[in-house]
Design a binder for this molecule. Sequence first.
Ligand code: FES
Ligand SMILES: [Fe+2]
Length: 385
Amino acid sequence: MRVQILSENLLAFRDTEGRIGLVDEFCAHRGVSLWFGRNEENGLRCAFHGWKYDVTGQCREIPSEPPDSIVCGRVRLKNYPLIEKGNILWTYMGPPERQPPPPEWEFATVPNSHRFVSKRFQDCNWLQALEGGIDSSHVSFLHRGDLETDPIFKGAKGNRYNMGDLMPVFDVVESPGGLYIGARRNAEDGKYYWRITQWVMPAFTMIPPRGDHPVHGHFWIPIDDEHCWAWSFDYLADRPLSAEQVTAMKDGKGIHPKYIPGTFRPLANRDNDYLMDRAAQKAGRTYSGIEGFAIQDASLQESMGPIADRSKENLVGTDKGIVLARRRLMRASKALIEQGTAPPGVDPAHQRVRSASVVLSPDQPFATAVPEALAANPGVEHVSV
Ligand code: FES
Ligand SMILES: [Fe+2]
């Protein structure tokens, strides 16, 4: 598989022994793509002149060279470590001496039966896509048509609070790995309904749960400056997903897309105006005329252009999470460049988090009132309304 990530062109393959590797896409001989190569015994052979590489990128054979040649031993493709966890292949692309331990995001640690993962190609910079993931005020508008019809969302008591109060108050508190972003809406008897989103630096967002539905979130992974992958997961900590839920997710419900068959590009995309349906928009079946949470989000995030021009924005109170996330990213980038400080989010302790939705009385601070709601808790259901 070709893998483009952080503007690097790489190739992932599994050899005949089942080992996995992530190496430079291009042959060290004269630069042809190894995607055309032959996956042979314990290695990938370039289709042009037959140079062969193993999963670490080490050249193993140059058929045209005499047996005593030392060229092959000296040739190694750039390569990165690759591990498999939670149906996902993870790589680390930094300096080897700083390689962190394997990731411990809760969704990746539950049994396979408890989890569903998808990814979709998105035509914009990763950061504006991520900003959509921490902006929970858009739910009452963009997604309002779907809250009570989508099988992965409907029926939750929290949906009523969402629709009943269109002026959420945002309160944002720094967490060890990023931010707790609290959106407060009015509930009954003077109480508050809180939706608490997790952002863990740099690219992880976790949407607050609804009722007993699976919990979901995203990783926003840069392909290059103008494209990203929206990796999307759903999981239940305490039980398997039902067959109906999995079928719905495969069919583009919840936060997952429908694909152009054989690709990770959504069926509804910018080339076909995301299959805009003005009649559905007018009738209120969907708020924007676009079908499904994933493509509703993608269409608007992509519509900002390949890299959104922040100098033209007019930010308001509900953008507090976005403002503080930008500041924290800037601060961590400077600390990394100037002092070599490892950024938040690398430490597995920062990854063991949960989002939550909860009703609290006005004197209870959202980020500390129910501490167990915001931490991973193996086998125990999420705190959710
Ligand atoms: S370019 Fe790959 S073997 Fe020659
Ligand atoms: Fe959204």
